[in-house]
Design a protein around this ligand. Sequence first.
Ligand SMILES: O=C(O)CCC(=O)C(=O)O
Ligand SMILES: [Fe+2]
Length: 374
Amino acid sequence: MSFTSVPIIDFSLAKDPATKPQFLEDLKHALFTVGFLYLTNHGLETEAKSILDLAPSTFDLPSQETKNSISMVKSGPYFVGYSALGAEFTNKALDFREQYDFGSSETVDPLAESRPDQQWRRLRGPSPYLPDDIVPGFESTVKTYLNGMNNLAEEFLKVVAECLNLPADTLLKYQDDMNRMKIVKYPPPSTAEVKSLNKNDDKTLHNGTAFQGVGPHKDSSNLFTFVLQDHVGGLEVLNSEGKWIPVTPIENSFVVNIAQGFEALTGGRCSATTHQVVVDPSNKETRYSIPYFHGVRLDLTREDIEQQLSDIAGRIPEPQDQKKRAVDVPSEFIQPQYKCFGEAHLRNRIVSHKDVAERWYSELHQKYNNGQLE
Ligand SMILES: O=C(O)CCC(=O)C(=O)O
Ligand SMILES: [Fe+2]
């Protein structure tokens, strides 16, 4: 069976006992057969509007220095803060976007400095914000959004467990306390600009008619991703047939993608959603999006998964996605060289943000970016 559209899941139907059984069936189909969905009537419409309204003002500042004052490379080893256009790589090619990354933790991991063998502990830490006299409401709007999304994602994890006939709290113990989110801007590029950014490769998309906003990837820090997008479009997901499906914006919805944390909890049976953003150079509109990444415990090991969740995999329908897997990008954690989820996630950050890696993780930067392991 081939899927050419993305299912719409109305979250309000989970609240009424009369509609819940059908809701759980529909959710199960969307997650385990299709692999992605739109979530509507989620209750966070006000917070979503506030953050989307704020987005342009966070980039549209009189000087680049203001944004660079909270740059990711200056902000510590946590991969939070501002990244300028052309600072990030996905699938070995440069992305064409500008963004702010944030995390929900205000504190560092108490073991971060005493466990040099566990560098992934250094991923947790506070986020920088521009002051209110530069972008009014920046910090408070982001924190309100992070908090609201955390609560929504917990409710979502409960219904995911229930649709597998598991107790509602089954997945809650795999959450982490560093959820992440971003405010992303995809400006309309001139052809010359994109050509110069990608001059060392031929990573143009759709046979050269579109460019890489962000390249094909699976999200690596989390269980599920909830993408809030404006009206412009450009997000695409890879379906089970290995074809790219446009995720046309639907107002007041989130696009929910399965991330590598949930894929790991299912023993790889439920594959993470592969997605990309394409930028059409003939479209002169700027696109803004706000992805929220609901964190997975970074100390999660393969053994934990095998021991505690042998129960889950059998409840998931047999995947029919051989064609997707044939053209897919790799899932880091499925590869045996990583001791725990945090290690695999850190490697992903290091190959995406090379400047941050060079400054804060020089040994791992040498190892992952300059040769040895892929
Ligand atoms: O901008 C989007 O719609 C998605 C961005 C994304 O996939 C990511 O940043 O991981
Ligand atoms: Fe993503």
